[in-house]
Design a protein around this ligand. Structure first.
Ligand code: DXP
Ligand SMILES: NCC(=O)COP(=O)(O)O
Length: 252
């Protein structure tokens, strides 16, 4: 089974466009879990444009209260602190999610658009990965499908990698000639990760059009999906959208 972790960033983005708590991020997280999603993901950013530290705290409680629900917090451990954003490491060590996915985004990035360069960042990531693992938090690294980089992900102590699927999604959208080689590189990276004993997650711009193929990736354990699922929920309703993604992942 490939686990679906619903990313709630975009629910928080709508909430933050007004004062108050509407829509309620935690209530929508609960709907996703009740509809069968195996987990919830958030990617707080230092500018708090969507997920805020208190959302992370409340969603950690929600997931802890439900057996089997996995909580995944993503972000750059080197970004922040900024104003009342404490920084990823303090927030994650306080809230103790099941998984922390480290992502190399700059503070002002629109969205994630590349994986780690571990030749550059590996040495400073290594002690942070050890600290998270000491706190019983599984560590995943956001990665491009580059063989030399996947090898380094194992060497710095990661438990899993999350393959960055943005270029794959773009290639599907534009029916690009490069689709075959991009997907082949993802398959090879996933196989390499499995051989090294790393788990395999994937995410970014996955949707109901590009997921039927991506779900065949060797060893794929979890996808985190937010943007497209939230957009689909506008027309389908959130519960039906979660069901549609679960069916898609199951190959139905
Ligand atoms: C790492 C990744 O691909 C996602 O977490 C994505 O970047 C979500 O962040 P935004 O919702 O801020 O685009
Ligand atoms: N890790 C990817 C994620 O959480 C969701 O990305 P997207 O579906 O919002 O592009």
């Amino acid at each position: 089974m490939i686990a679906l972790s619903v990313n709630l960033n975009k629910i928080a983005l709508i909430r933050n466009s007004r004062e108050g708590n509407y829509p309620d991020v935690v209530a929508h997280g609960r709907v996703c879990l009740e509809a069968g999603a195996q987990g919830l993901t958030v990617h707080p950013r230092p500018d708090q444009r969507h997920i805020r530290p208190d959302d992370v705290r409340a969603l950690a409680e929600l997931c802890r209260s439900r057996e089997e629900a996995e909580f995944n917090v993503e972000g750059n451990p080197f970004a922040g602190p900024l104003k009342d954003y404490p920084g990823l490491m303090p927030l994650v060590l306080e809230t103790k999610p099941d998984q922390c996915t480290l992502v190399p985004d700059s503070n002002d990035q629109l969205t994630s658009d590349h994986g780690f360069d571990l030749e550059r960042d590996g040495a400073r990531l290594e002690p942070l990965i050890a600290q998270l693992k000491d706190a019983n938090i599984r560590v995943s690294l956001f990665m491009d499908p580059e063989p030399s980089q996947i090898k380094l992900a194992k060497e710095v102590g990661a438990d899993r990698i999350e393959l960055y699927t943005g270029p794959y999604a773009e290639a599907v959208k534009h029916q690009s000639d490069e689709l075959e080689s991009i997907f082949a590189a993802h398959c090879a990276a996933a196989e390499q990760a499995c051989q090294l004993g790393l788990g395999v997650n994937a995410g970014h711009d996955l949707n109901l059009i590009n997921l039927p193929r991506y779900r065949t990736l060797p060893g794929l354990q979890e996808v985190s999906i937010g943007h497209a699922l939230t957009v689909d929920a506008i027309s389908m309703g959130l519960e039906n959208a979660v069901t549609a993604y679960l069916n898609c992942l199951a190959g139905n």
